[in-house]
Design a protein around this ligand. Structure first.
Ligand SMILES: Cc1cc2nc3c(=O)[nH]c(=O)nc-3n(C[C@H](O)[C@H](O)[C@H](O)COP(=O)(O)OP(=O)(O)OC[C@H]3O[C@@H](n4cnc5c(N)ncnc54)[C@H](O)[C@@H]3O)c2cc1C
Length: 397
């Protein structure tokens, strides 16, 4: 077992950390609108490109850094310390996942039209699977259909939580193409340019009081007789579920390490507050044992979370996604829970200040409650882990 950071990564990570602290944190406007930041963020994206750090998760032939998943996990932690980090480096969800499946399943024409401009950061995209009328936790049961008509698919359906749809150039839509097939083989993924007739943007959904904008938003969409060429099918017909699963595996590593970055920033803020806030003349908050317990528990939980995520990334890199299924499910619910607890303690340590937008804590707290729901709710991942354990004891429920 070697816990050392790979030698080639350390200077890169140091440089990124410095860049985040000097160029990205100062742009944060907690509680402000993302769209207002876009011009400044674009400038920083150019500077990231000059450093050779743009789209770090992509293979070199697609303009990325060619990092392994373990290496990208370390990068993701540093970028995650600000909710602007991943966007500035062009490895933000949902674009990162879409780039990944385009590389794996896209035809040459799809790669040229959609992957290349995404990788350059010229356009954005979205992923449209979840429907208000159906449980997102069971993506084999969808209402949206794509029916073949000549050389086209005609898509009809209702989606929501299509993140970052506002301003996106295209959506990858999950729709049922083979209704009579086995449940896991009914849906396909289809590329739909957002200017296609019948792609109807309904609204940005208000989340915890924030409607969001541009990349930082979650949209309701209606597909009404939305017609696209059959050449827009991504991968094989009926392979939508399989592709979605593959997309989510590495995506969960990216999210979990981003959450560790959030934890570390909250931890630093909590310690700084405990060290400076006097609760009586000459008496520091950090001298109270209850606060010391928050700090110690947070430190231990973050360390455990980081090691678990890096181990899962190592397992994917060395043995493949399938072998790492249990580890991926474990980190998804465990790290989300750690983040929620660490953020809660950090908010508590700041008192009223903690729930204002004068620090970054409230934006993280508000924005990341969803982490226990998206990419599979806690319960679904816990069931995966428990079932595998119980199977060894003859229980197959
Ligand atoms: C911020 C955010 C961004 C998102 N971005 C996208 C996106 O870009 N594209 C997209 O397509 N979707 C996106 N989603 C949707 C997300 O994938 C779904 O919300 C998620 O899969 C859960 O589906 P649901 O909301 O329909 O909840 P449901 O499936 O209705 O589940 C509700 C609750 O029931 C419980 N539950 C569910 N299944 C089980 C079970 N088997 N056993 C026990 N309990 C269970 C869980 O507690 C769950 O939270 C996003 C969601 C959020 C919150």
């Amino acid at each position: 077992m070697d816990f050392a950071i790979p030698a080639r990564m350390q200077p890169i990570l140091d440089g990124m950390k410095r860049f985040m602290e000097t160029e990205v944190y100062p742009l944060e406007r907690h509680g402000g609108r993302f769209v207002d930041l876009v011009p400044a963020l674009k400038q920083q994206r150019e500077r990231v490109k000059e450093q050779g750090w743009f789209a770090p998760q992509l293979p070199k032939e697609h303009g990325g850094m060619g990092l392994s998943l373990q290496e990208h996990a370390l990068v993701s932690e540093i970028l995650g310390r600000s909710f602007l980090g991943h966007y500035v480096f062009n490895c933000q969800a949902p674009d990162a996942g879409n780039m990944e499946i385009l590389i794996r399943y896209g035809t040459d024409a799809q790669k040229a039209t959609w992957l290349a401009p995404l990788a350059r950061g010229d356009i954005r995209s979205c992923f449209s699977m979840t429907e208000p009328e159906r449980p997102g936790s069971n993506p084999t049961w969808l209402e949206t259909t794509a029916v073949k008509d000549g050389n086209d698919y005609v898509i009809n359906g209702h989606k929501w939580f299509t993140s970052s749809a506002q301003g996106a150039r295209f959506a990858i839509v999950m729709a049922v193409t083979n209704p009579d097939a086995d449940p896991h083989a009914r849906a396909s993924q289809i590329i739909v340019p957002t200017d296609t007739k019948g792609f109807e943007f309904v609204r940005n959904i208000s989340v915890m009081g924030h409607e969001g904008s541009d990349h930082d938003s979650h949209a309701e969409i209606r597909y009404v007789n939305c017609r696209v060429p059959r050449a827009n099918l991504l991968g094989a017909e009926g392979a939508g579920f399989l592709i979605a699963q593959e997309r989510l595996g590495p995506g969960r590593i990216h999210h979990c390490m981003r959450w560790i970055g959030i934890c570390e920033r909250a931890f630093d803020l909590m310690c700084a507050r405990a060290a400076e806030r006097e609760i009586a003349p000459g008496k520091k908050l950090g001298e109270k044992q209850i606060v010391q317990e928050w700090i110690a528990d947070s430190r231990a939980e973050i360390n455990a979370a980081r090691l678990s995520v890096l181990h899962a990334a190592w397992k994917i890199d060395t043995l493949g996604l399938h072998e790492a299924r249990e580890e991926i499910s474990c980190i998804k619910f465990y790290v989300a829970g750690v983040m929620q607890r660490v953020l809660d303690r950090a908010v508590q340590a700041h008192g009223a200040l903690g729930i204002t937008d004068d620090t970054v804590l409230a934006a993280f707290y508000r924005g990341e409650r969803a982490s226990r729901i998206y990419d599979g709710p806690d319960e679904v991942h816990k069931i995966v882990v428990a079932k595998r354990a119980l199977k060894k004891h003859g229980v197959t429920a």
